[in-house]
Design a protein around this ligand. Structure first.
Ligand code: ZN
Length: 130
């Protein structure tokens, strides 16, 4: 198994930060042609998902609706004050598996891989394994 921690800088409190390019670079640098790429988020207030990367309004709409499902304050008890971020991260999940074909993530035409930040801006890491 090849595994690496990749660095991602987020720039907002909440954002979908596309990481498709850094995953592709990891595959290229390690000369991976075919396989399964496991992408894992070792954090509790950001998650990962795959979704559309053509229309930026998709990211906006997803963040808006997640904000309605999980309000910033709602009588949470967590002393750190970021319960909404923990809940949204769990809703997104902490890992995905993407097939690798011809040295690239075999994503659909309109798909991108997103780190979902809910408590930024921060320096984040993403563990990518083959
Ligand atoms: Zn917390």
């Amino acid at each position: 198994m090849i595994t690496e921690l990749l660095k991602v800088r987020t720039h907002s409190n909440t954002e979908f930060n596309e990481i498709t390019d850094i995953v592709s670079l990891f595959l290229k640098n390690n000369k991976i042609d075919t396989g399964l790429c496991h992408i894992y988020i070792p954090h509790t207030t950001c998650g990962i998902t795959i979704n559309e990367n053509a229309d930026p309004d998709v990211k906006r709409d997803m963040l808006m609706e997640l904000g309605k499902i999980v309000p910033l304050s709602d009588g949470y008890r967590h002393i750190e004050g970021n319960s909404a971020a923990h809940i949204k991260a769990s809703l997104m999940g902490f890992n995905i598996i993407v097939p690798v074909v011809d040295g690239k993530p075999a994503l659909g035409t309109w798909q991108g891989i997103y780190l979902c930040e809910f408590d930024g801006p921060r320096n984040r890491t993403v563990r990518v394994s083959i």
